[in-house]
Design a binder for this molecule. Structure first.
Ligand SMILES: [Zn+2]
Length: 415
């Protein structure tokens, strides 16, 4: 057998050096995966192959593939099939296999009824906005079964657009009031941007469509000249309140009713979009842009929606924008701990990612891992009743009594 050097697993040495993890058991990690290397027979290994391969690559994996980091990523992604809540929003994430099957089914049809059926089948994975949109689409479809999904969205466009502009206006008014605090010329620029945006909102032409992202970008560019950081953040905190398709059904309807699908079938695209946000993706706890590595302790699962929204920002910024993450993170870790207890996942992966989260969040995120007591899988466990482990003699006695009761019961019932 070809023995791979241990260094193959230290593919991201710099990241490990940057992040001091006191109990970094990377080597022992390697040992239980490959007991043969220590001269131990495989059956004395504490961890079964099933557990070792779920996050870390097995020897077989490493021989067949060259890039260990890719194997780690795909193994972590595979965990999503165990219905894990997203550490940020708390919604159960959809695993790639299920999504791929859904995509295949969606691409095989254009009938609104069938598409709605396929989306409903995965209804448990829908995020709140998409769930509301699905309910709306189903109720319109009930009375108008021939309408396409995009036509259903279009039928609600006027109403949603009106509601959306009202929500957006609140933010623009607040930004206008805030601009009074700025030096005169910068204040004028902000007011100019707001007026230009209003023109866009009421313009029907496709070329002059409002984009939240572009608006915030332009606002940031104007505010670059401002030296007062707290004033700047006041502006940005207000601007990010502008509704998006992630948090407002009206914004969703406006965005996808108006979208040009460029030759693709709009209904198939809309159906896929309904579930794409729920998809489990790999999140770098410390973003790659901030020199976060690809080693297992820096990789976690997160839904596509939160992963996209987080972009390259730090965990602290993400928590500020999603305060419920403090609770959802514990749920995520609890689920991983449960999976460990079921013998699916390595303990070290959980403790190491927990350390990374703690480090990156400045201690804000740290899971109570008290559920993580289990260390050895597939050992014959004794049934513990009322906290006392019965001895072999006691168990023999229990079996006898059980048989006796069974016999007496049968005997009595024959009569
Ligand atoms: Zn999420």
């Amino acid at each position: 057998m070809k023995i791979l050097p241990v260094s193959l697993l230290n593919y991201n040495k710099t990241a490990t050096e940057q992040r001091p993890i006191p109990e970094n058991n990377r080597n022992s990690y390697f040992r239980f995966r490959n007991p043969g290397l220590l001269g131990l027979p495989h059956d004395t290994c504490t961890f079964s192959g099933k557990i070792a391969s779920i996050v870390t690559p097995t020897m077989e994996d490493l021989i067949n593939k060259t890039k260990a980091s890719d194997i780690v990523r795909s193994n972590i992604l595979r965990l999503a099939k165990y219905k894990i809540p997203c550490p940020c929003c708390g919604h159960i994430m959809l695993d790639l296999d299920r999504y791929n099957k859904f995509e295949q089914k969606v691409m095989s049809t254009t009938t609104p009824k069938t598409l709605l059926k396929f989306i409903s089948e995965l209804g448990a994975y829908l995020h709140p906005v998409e769930a509301k949109v699905l309910d709306m689409m189903k109720s319109v479809h009930y009375t108008n079964p021939d309408m396409t999904l995009q036509d259903i969205l279009r039928s609600k466009l006027k109403r949603s657009e009106k509601k959306l502009i009202m929500q957006q206006s609140k933010t623009f008014v607040t930004l206008g009031m805030l601009s009074r605090k700025l030096p005169q010329d910068t204040g004028e620029e902000v007011k100019g941007l707001i007026n230009e945006t209003y023109d866009r909102l009421f313009d029907q032409r496709e070329t002059s469509r409002f984009s939240r992202k572009v608006f915030i970008g332009k606002l940031e560019a104007i505010l670059d000249k401002v030296k007062d950081d707290s004033l700047k953040s006041e502006f940005i905190q207000e601007a990010v309140k502008l509704p998006t398709a992630y948090n407002s059904p009206d914004a969703f309807i406006v965005k996808y009713a108006k979208r040009n699908y460029k030759g693709a079938n709009p209904d198939q695209k809309i159906a896929l979009r309904m579930l794409s946000n729920s998809l489990a993706t790999i999140e770098h706890i410390k973003p790659q842009k901030l020199k976060g590595g690809n080693s297992p302790e820096n990789l976690a699962l997160e839904c596509a929606c939160d992963n996209n929204r987080r972009n390259h920002s730090s965990i602290i910024e993400q928590i500020l924008q999603n305060p419920s993450m403090l609770i959802n993170y514990q749920r995520y870790m609890d689920r991983l701990s449960e999976l460990h207890l079921k013998g699916v996942l390595e303990k070290s992966y959980i403790t190491q990612t927990n350390k990374s989260y703690k480090l990156e969040s400045g201690g804000l995120l740290e899971s109570d891992l008290s559920k993580l007591k289990y260390t050895e899988p597939s050992r014959k466990t004794r049934k513990v009743k009322s906290g006392i482990t019965p001895t072999i003699a006691e168990r023999r006695e229990q079996r006898k009594t059980k048989l006796k009761t069974k016999k007496t019961w049968k005997h009595n019932h024959k009569k």
